[in-house]
Write a protein that binds this ligand. Structure first.
Ligand SMILES: O=C(O)CCC(=O)N[C@@H](CCC(=O)O)C(=O)O
Ligand SMILES: [Zn+2]
Length: 334
């Protein structure tokens, strides 16, 4: 096995490889770019013109996606997976991965689209570096661009695997990409309707990639992910990488949601009226008092069919403490 196929091992050990470029037996180039960052380039004759960014470990304790990326990269390094796409593997927050924590001081996934410029510290610098790595990778004109940012969630979920699709003014969400996600095992997609400061929002809004945050189950430590079934996603990713993806147009069984409101925590007096173990996608009744904050701010459910995802009263002031979502249709898809 090539040393660069062990990017995860290198990253967890905080080591730089002696050799930065290696070739697999069938001529695939692996190039180490920076800590937790490696580019895969197929031989020119095999290149199908697609660029795929696979990020994981943006939150250091979300290990199932990191292990999935590691398996794919090892398969490539051993010559078992034969890529026809360029691929950029990124482990988002190496120091948090080493410590088994979501983040150290700042949530990296709230520092994109320029937000890192308003902060200091290692995570702000890492977000800037990730933006630069993604910008360089997606700078070749005329190629298709796909970004999957792989996560697991803090809590259990009534819908286990789902995607979040960023938004940009004047750009329509793609039905073909949703069909691809359905085939990869996603059960629901949340269609965003405003700009954001996450990694996928950056690559979608600024780099013209088709970008998705994928939630794959509940976050657990390394080696304890038997309960997170990524088999359908893994199969689809291999097919995308090898350029032999079966055609699919079906959205059958895929639930679509849109954002009704983001619940923003404004002060330390913020209170969320939900049990600590509430699951993502839990339904909330009309009239339910969801949260209270400074200056008698009240969040009362006014939407028919409302559900909550990512409820988290512990976020820093000014950040999202949950998303209220409602069912939507496929009417706006391109
Ligand atoms: O379980 C949670 O509360 C958070 C899980 C997670 O990390 N989700 C991502 C979603 C990113 C997006 O909105 O596209 C995050 O919160 O960063
Ligand atoms: Zn995450």
């Amino acid at each position: 096995m090539l040393a660069l196929g062990k990017l995860l091992e290198l990253t967890l050990a905080g080591r730089e490889p002696a050799q930065k470029i290696q070739l697999t037996v069938d001529g695939v180039q692996l190039r180490w770019l920076s800590e937790g960052a490696l580019e895969v380039r197929p031989p020119e004759a095999r290149d199908n013109g697609s660029d795929v960014l696979l990020s994981s470990g943006i939150h250091g304790n979300e290990t199932a996606p990191i292990e999935l990326a590691d398996r794919l990269l090892q398969g490539i390094a051993r010559g078992e997976i034969k890529p026809r796409t360029r691929i950029l593997f990124l482990f988002g927050n190496p120091e948090a991965m080493r410590r088994g924590e979501r983040y150290l001081e700042l949530d990296v996934n709230r520092l994109f689209n320029g937000r890192h410029e308003q902060s200091i510290g290692p995570e702000a610098m890492r977000a800037a570096e990730l933006e630069q790595l993604a910008r360089t990778f997606f700078s070749v004109p005329g190629r298709s661009r796909l970004h999957y940012d792989l996560h697991t969630a803090i809590r259990g979920s009534k819908i286990e695997q789902f995607a979040l699709y960023p938004w940009k003014d004047g750009r329509q969400h793609s039905r073909a990409e949703l069909a691809r996600l359905r085939a990869a095992g996603m059960e629901a997609v949340l269609l965003q309707n405003k700009t954001s400061i996450t990694f996928t929002a950056f690559t979608y809004e600024q780099l013209e990639a088709e970008s998705f945050t994928l939630e794959l189950g509940k976050a657990r430590p390394f080696g304890q992910n038997q309960g997170v079934d990524v088999s359908r996603l893994e199969t689809r990713l291999k097919q995308i990488i090898e350029g032999n993806e079966p055609a699919t147009e079906s959205l059958d069984g895929l639930k679509l949601f849109s954002v009704s409101r983001e619940v923003i925590k404004h002060s330390d007096t913020f209170v969320l009226h939900l049990p600590a173990d509430v699951e993502n996608f839990s339904e909330l009744e009309m009239g339910y008092l969801l949260a209270e904050d400074i200056a008698k701010t009240r969040w009362v459910i006014e939407e028919e069919g409302a559900r909550i995802i990512f409820p988290n009263p512990k976020v820093k002031n000014g950040l999202r403490a949950g998303i209220l979502i409602v069912p939507t249709t496929d009417a706006g898809l391109a």
